[in-house]
Design a protein around this ligand. Structure first.
Ligand SMILES: C[S@@+](CC[C@H](N)C(=O)[O-])C[C@H]1O[C@@H](n2cnc3c(N)ncnc32)[C@H](O)[C@@H]1O
Length: 194
């Protein structure tokens, strides 16, 4: 794998983490604010510094799993949450993960994966979700020619990819993106097909 654990740990070690907003993003806060099932098992894969997990805990959610292949952000998160309950931190490859969730939160994880893993991402999310489970979050939809993440896609490509396993409830221009991401994100709600 081109972007393996070593690649991501190096990015954190070298502080080349331009994706890291330093706070929970507006679209994800909005999604969380509209969710009211506080006991729902929630997974944040490729969570990085997981500011959204801290926001979920602050809002009373009590079954949040944070998963990343890189250890550094998870150690940093552990330091921040010494007294918090309801949060599970897992250092693991997403594709090896076993579990069952009502909600998977997506933000800059899909685009971190090489395009050849897109179908595997969709299949794995489908496997990890309970009946009626959803992926909610944001996806980039601008074009890049770079050989490095973010590997973006178009709305049409997302439809083709997700519709095989998910009912696309929402795939709309995000109007509340962070300044640096204005006009570059789609807000999504994908409900698992049985
Ligand atoms: C672009 S960063 C996004 C981090 C976070 N979602 C955010 O918005 O700040 C991608 C993250 O995915 C993690 N990652 C990449 N491949 C992974 C895999 N196969 N399993 C779990 N985490 C992975 C990286 O270590 C990195 O933290």
């Amino acid at each position: 794998m081109k972007h393996d654990q070593h690649y991501w740990q190096k990015r954190y070690a070298e502080h080349t983490t331009s994706w890291d907003l330093g706070h929970a993003s507006s679209p994800l806060k909005s999604i969380i604010d509209k969710s009211d099932h506080k006991e729902a098992p929630i997974l944040i894969p490729g969570a990085g510094n997981a500011y959204e997990a801290l926001y979920l805990i602050k809002k009373g959610f009590n079954n949040v799993t944070v998963l990343d292949i890189a250890i550094q952000p998870l150690l940093q998160l552990k330091e921040k949450i010494t007294n918090a309950t309801g949060i599970h931190i897992i250092h693991e490859d997403f594709f090896e993960h076993q579990g069952s969730y009502d909600l998977i939160i997506e933000q800059t994880f899909f685009c971190a994966l090489e395009p050849r893993f897109r179908e595997s991402y969709i299949n794995k999310c489908h496997e990890l979700l309970n009946t009626n489970g959803c992926i909610k979050g944001v996806l980039f939809d601008f074009k890049t020619t770079s050989n490095e993440p973010p590997y973006t896609a178009t709305k049409k490509e997302y439809i083709n990819l997700f519709q095989k396993k998910f009912n696309i409830i929402k795939l709309d221009r995000c109007l509340i993106s962070e300044d640096t991401r204005q006009g570059k994100e789609l807000i999504i709600k994908m409900k698992k097909n049985d």
